[in-house]
Design a protein around this ligand. Structure first.
Ligand SMILES: [Ca+2]
Ligand SMILES: [Ca+2]
Length: 256
């Protein structure tokens, strides 16, 4: 009896040591900040989780010059998730019940020409499309729009989508700082759909629901959140390859 117990303890101790030894190579330390100096996008089939990574053939690059930035467009799109563009994964994921429950991100949309049809979505994510929130950044014929989408249950218990406009017709020739915040909360007796996704740009934060109700309705799990997804979906706009694209700089992500 004594021998068995000792062996079990030893195995646990060994696996903990392995986990500790492996963690620095697997994730970026929170908070992660970058001005994109020296940054490259890892396009290997099995990219490193602590790198910017994208295994699909989308239009995303780091610009050259003395102040590099991330340049993205929806010139190439698809309905997939895991092969799109991800920021480095953080070492501490945000969950409803773990050590961290809040995921924050901020970035600057640098001045560019107006490019109607340009549209990229940004989401707190688990690295495989398990999104915690949804923000569409889009150029229309009149300016820059930021729109969020979340999910909830109506009075009859049916799933519905909640769309909120964070900003519309912003001047694309000026920089705008965008801040995202996802707060995860354990279920209460009153609500199993209580997580909050808020977005702020040049004003007060606009709060919306998350994908929590959607996951409950579909039976999918409540995903951890440890990375930022830039996704290219919908109708592809090949002509955007020749333009400025969205120029994104000074990205920070953190969990707490
Ligand atoms: Ca920069
Ligand atoms: Ca919750």
């Amino acid at each position: 009896m004594h021998t068995k117990k000792s062996r079990a303890v030893a195995v646990v101790a060994l696996s903990s040591a392995l986990a500790l030894a492996a963690s620095p190579a697997l994730a970026a330390t929170s908070p992660y900040l970058t001005d994109f100096t020296g940054v490259t996008i890892d396009t290997a089939t099995e990219p490193l989780a602590d790198s910017w990574r994208m295994t699909g053939g989308y239009d995303a690059t780091i610009t050259d010059g003395y102040d590099p930035a991330l340049r993205v467009t929806n010139a190439v799109t698809s309905g997939s998730f895991g092969d799109q563009l991800f920021s480095p994964t953080l070492d501490l994921p945000a969950t409803e019940s773990g050590a961290a429950s809040t995921f924050t991100a901020s970035f600057v949309l640098e001045p560019v020409a107006l490019q109607p049809g340009l549209r990229v979505t940004v989401s707190p994510d688990n690295g495989q499309g398990g999104r915690g929130g949804f923000l569409a950044i889009e150029h229309t014929t009149t300016g820059l729009n930021l729109v969020t989408q979340g999910s909830s249950f109506d009075a009859a218990g049916e799933l519905r989508w909640d769309t909120k406009v964070v900003a519309s017709d912003l001047d694309v020739t000026k920089p705008h700082t965008v801040k995202l915040k996802l707060i995860k909360k354990p279920d209460t007796k009153k609500s199993t759909n209580n997580d909050v996704f808020s977005v702020q740009v040049d004003g007060k934060p606009v709060k919306n629901t998350t994908f929590e109700a959607y996951y409950e309705a579909t039976g999918e799990g409540d995903y951890k959140t440890d990375t930022l997804l830039f996704r290219f979906s919908g109708v592809a706009q090949p002509s955007l390859v020749a333009g400025d694209g969205l120029l994104i700089d000074d990205v920070s992500i953190a969990t707490s």
